[in-house]
Design a binder for this molecule. Sequence first.
Ligand SMILES: [Mg+2]
Length: 132
Amino acid sequence: VKSLVVEDDYTSRFLLQTVLSRFGECHIAVNGLEAIQAVEASQKLAAPYDFICMDIMMPEMDGQQALRRIRDLELQSGTVSTNGAKIVMTTALDQPREVFAAFYELCDDYLVKPIDTHRLIDILHEHRLISD
Ligand SMILES: [Mg+2]
């Protein structure tokens, strides 16, 4: 599983990277702009990300904008939606359902912070990114 962690908070970033790097190459970005640079670079290398874990609230470009842009880049590169990266959005907000309702069709799941690593691994299983 090639993954990308997009997160401005060091502690969350470190935790996610530690877990995801057990399953393959794991890159990090600290805001939405870097995330888009990483996705563009992966497309140039023809080695797109399988999994992206992205915070919603970040400086420079927030997760919602970055999510839309990443899906646009996938469309432009001819990736059909079902073959795109599995994208999980993370938030510290207490009402994730309301928050995610606005753009739920673009992402695959969400995680509430503080991150429960067991839930993260369950998500990887549910989306068939890993097997036992
Ligand atoms: Mg944040």
